[in-house]
Design a protein around this ligand. Sequence first.
Ligand SMILES: [Fe+2]
Length: 210
Amino acid sequence: MKTKQFKLGPMDNFSYLVWDEETLDAAVIDPAWQPEKLAAFLKAEGLKLRAVLLTHAHPDHVNAVNFFTSGDPELPVHLHEADHFMLETAPKTLKPAVNGEKIEAGALKLLVLHTPGHTPGSVCYQAGDAVFTGDTLFIGECGRVDLPGSSPEALYDSFVKLAGLPDGAVVFPGHSYNGDTSTFGVQKEYNLYLKLARQGRRADFLKAVS
Ligand SMILES: [Fe+2]
């Protein structure tokens, strides 16, 4: 499996392409802002786009979904059901992203980890060593929990879950805030929020995010 990170738009968002090297089946994660750059890469590499996967429904992560669904009306768009209400226009091919289930995009398989907190339907997608963390976990930071639908308590539980991922797993966040990528091993040491969650320090975590 291969991964390509694209920093796009005015808010340092990341979109990702993930693909299977043998079949060239590909998925796009959080397409936004400059989809033509993603499309150019897909074309240059001969990749076949099989699915759109959304980490959550904030506009800065989804504003180019229509670019891809208008070109392929059958293209499935996965988003956790708890975030469906946030979409201004829901794609006809909108599908759920269910915790613990694997989404199949051709030969590609991505495991859904429901990680509410930033939004009720925030998820991370895990494929091989890569974990796409959206606005739940950034390098050295956590997502905002002062927005409508946010929950600091839910984010704590989500961070406890993420703290259980292997040290060698690679963090691919939804924005380039303090860095572009890291490992969970490094983040468990240096990310205050992941560290507190790993140590079971719920009260300190809730204080730190407030
Ligand atoms: Fe967000």
